[in-house]
Design a protein around this ligand. Structure first.
Ligand code: JFZ
Length: 461
C-alpha cells in the first residue's frame, strides 16, 4: 500500500516593511556599543610605548606581527565577565539595545566559530563563547542585541583587508621607512601571513561562514553593524547582504559597501549632525565616553554625564539614536568611569526618559537654552522642553506657538506650571527659581492638535 505523507508547506516568512523593522529602533533612541577583544590586553601600549590612536587599532598602528599579536590571546582571560551585570547596567542606564564587536579588525571572534581558530574558544585559556551568555542576558532583561562585524578589514585571518596607516601614526619606530614602503607595496598589510589568501577567499572562507554563524546560533539578532568597507567588492557585499534573510527583522547600517548598499541607517561617528545636514533618513551617532573604543589603560579623559545627557537630548531633538561605547578590560570588566557615567545617566533617565523614548524631532529646531522633543497622541501633542540653561528671570519663552495648552508640568516633581500665550504666539512658562536638575530639567507640555511650525531662525546648529 502506498502511503502518501503530505508535508506541510513551510509557512511563508512574513516580509516586513522597513517601517515595521525600524519601529523598535526608532523608539529606542539610546543604545550601548561594546568594543571588546584581544586589544584590551595591550590596552594601548606595545613594547613599552604608548601607541597613538584608538585602542582597537593597536595592531595596525604599532605594526604588530600576526604571531606576536596572537600570543596576547593567552592574557585575554575574562574571568570576571558577568554578562548579566553588563546588560543590567545598560538597562539601568536607560539603554534599549546593545551592539557588541563580534569580530573587530583584528579578526578575533568573541564567539565559537568553525571558520577560524582565531577565536575565544580555541585561542584563549578562557575557552568559552562570550556572545551566547550575553544573548541570554539580553533576552532576560528585554534588551535587543546586535552584532558589530568587521566584514572587510581583518588583520589576522589571511586575505582580509588592512587600511594603510603610516608608522608615525602609531610610533616612529626605527624601521619606519622600510615598514611604510612595505605597507605601500602590500595594500596596507605589514606581515606576509596576512596575504596568504586573496580577499575573495577571505570573504568565502571566513566572513560569509562567520556571519552565517552569528545569524544562526544566537536567537534573534536585532542589528548587524558592518564596519569599514576597505577593499569591499559588490560581489562580496552581495554575498554578505543575502545572509541577512536569516533574520527577517534585522536592521543594518550603511557601512557594508558604499554607495550602493545603503542599509537602514546612517552612522555619523563621534559627532552629532547639524540640523541642516539631515535629509530624513534614519541615523545613529556612535560615540566614545573617553577617547577610545577599545580599552586603553591610560585614557581617563572621560566626557561628563552632563555632556552625554545633553548629547542624547540634542540627538533625540534631531530625530536620531545615540550609541554610546564602553570598552571592557581583558578581565571582562567595564572601566569604573564608565560604570559611574552609566549610573548617572540612568538616574536622569529614570525621571526624564519619556522625553527621549518614542519621541520625534523638535518642531522648532534647537533653542539656545535647551532642546525639544515631541510625541503625537490621539488627543494632541506632547512636547518635552529640556532646559539646559535655566532662565534667570524664571520665565521660559517660546515664540511661534500656535496650539492650545492642556497642561504643563515639570517631570522632576510633577508640579503644575503656569503658562500664557500672547496674541502673537509667544508662550511663557513660569518656572520655579531654581532648576530641579542642573544638567537638564524637562517640562512636559500637552497641547491640543498637531504642532506645525518652522524651526526657529536662530538655531545655533
Ligand atoms: C570604525 C573602526 O575602524 C573603529 O575601530 C571603531 O570600531 C569605529 C566605531 O568604527 O572607524 C571608523 C569608521 C568610519 C569612519 C570613521 C571611523 N567614518 O566613516 O568616518
Amino acid at each position: 500500500m502506498l502511503l502518501l505523507f503530505i508535508i506541510p508547506a513551510v509557512p511563508a516568512q512574513k516580509v516586513l516593511t522597513k517601517d515595521q523593522r525600524m519601529l523598535w529602533w526608532r523608539e529606542a533612541r539610546f543604545g550601548m556599543f561594546i568594543h571588546w577583544g584581544v586589544y584590551s590586553v595591550p590596552a594601548g601600549s606595545w613594547d613599552g610605548r604608548q601607541i597613538g590612536g584608538i585602542g582597537e587599532w593597536i595592531m595596525n598602528r604599532a605594526k604588530i606581527p600576526v604571531a606576536d599579536y596572537q600570543k596576547m590571546a593567552k592574557q585575554f582571560n575574562p574571568v570576571n565577565y558577568d554578562p548579566d551585570a553588563w546588560v543590567k547596567m545598560a538597562k539601568d542606564a536607560g539603554m534599549k539595545y546593545i551592539v557588541i564587536t563580534s569580530k573587530h579588525h583584528d579578526g578575533f571572534a568573541l564567539f565559537e566559530t568553525k571558520a577560524s581558530k582565531w577565536n575565544v574558544v580555541d585561542a584563549t585559556e578562557y575557552g568559552k563563547d562570550l556572545l551566547k551568555p550575553l544573548a541570554e542576558a539580553c533576552k532576560k532583561y528585554g534588551i535587543k542585541l546586535g552584532f558589530y562585524y568587521s566584514q572587510a578589514q581583518d588583520w589576522n585571518n589571511p586575505g582580509g583587508s588592512a587600511a594603510r596607516k603610516v608608522t608615525k601614526e602609531g610610533w616612529a619606530n626605527p624601521d619606519s621607512v622600510i615598514i611604510d614602503a612595505y605597507t605601500k607595496e602590500h595594500n596596507g598589510h605589514w606581515d606576509p601571513a596576512q596575504e596568504k589568501k586573496t580577499f575573495a577567499q577571505y570573504i568565502d572562507n571566513f566572513a560569509v561562514p562567520q556571519v552565517k554563524e552569528l545569524l544562526t546560533n544566537y536567537g534573534d539578532v536585532a542589528v548587524l553593524w558592518w564596519d569599514t568597507p576597505t577593499n569591499m567588492t559588490d560581489d562580496a557585499a552581495t554575498k554578505l547582504q543575502s545572509l541577512l534573510a536569516l533574520q527577517p527583522a534585522i536592521i543594518t547600517n550603511d557601512r557594508l559597501k558604499r554607495p550602493n548598499f545603503p542599509g537602514d541607517h546612517k552612522t555619523p561617528e563621534q559627532r552629532i549632525p547639524n540640523l541642516k545636514d539631515l535629509d530624513g533618513s534614519d541615523w545613529e551617532t556612535c560615540m566614545t565616553m573617553n577617547g577610545t573604543w577599545g580599552f586603553k589603560s591610560y585614557d581617563h579623559n572621560y566626557k561628563t554625564p552632563e555632556t552625554l545627557i545633553r548629547n542624547l537630548l540634542d540627538i533625540a531633538s534631531k530625530g536620531g539614536n545615540f550609541l554610546l561605547n564602553v570598552g571592557p578590560t581583558n578581565l571582562g570588566e567595564f572601566p569604573q568611569e564608565s560604570i559611574d557615567i552609566l549610573a548617572k545617566m540612568g538616574q536622569w533617565m529614570k525621571i526624564n526618559g519619556e522625553a527621549v523614548y518614542a519621541t520625534k524631532a523638535s518642531p522648532w529646531g534647537l533653542f539656545e537654552w535647551g532642546r525639544c522633543t515631541k510625541k503625537e497622541t490621539k488627543e494632541g501633542t506632547t512636547l518635552y522642553f529640556s532646559v539646559f540653561e535655566w532662565p534667570a528671570d524664571g520665565k521660559l519663552e517660546i515664540s511661534n506657538f500656535k496650539n492650545k495648552i492642556s497642561s504643563a508640568k515639570l517631570l522632576a516633581d510633577g508640579k503644575k506650571l503656569k503658562t500664557s500665550v500672547s496674541k502673537d504666539g509667544l508662550l511663557t512658562i513660569v518656572l520655579p527659581s531654581k532648576a530641579p536638575d542642573p544638567i537638564a530639567s524637562v517640562i512636559k507640555v500637552i497641547v491640543t492638535g498637531k504642532v506645525v511650525t518652522k524651526p526657529v531662525p536662530s538655531s545655533p546648529k
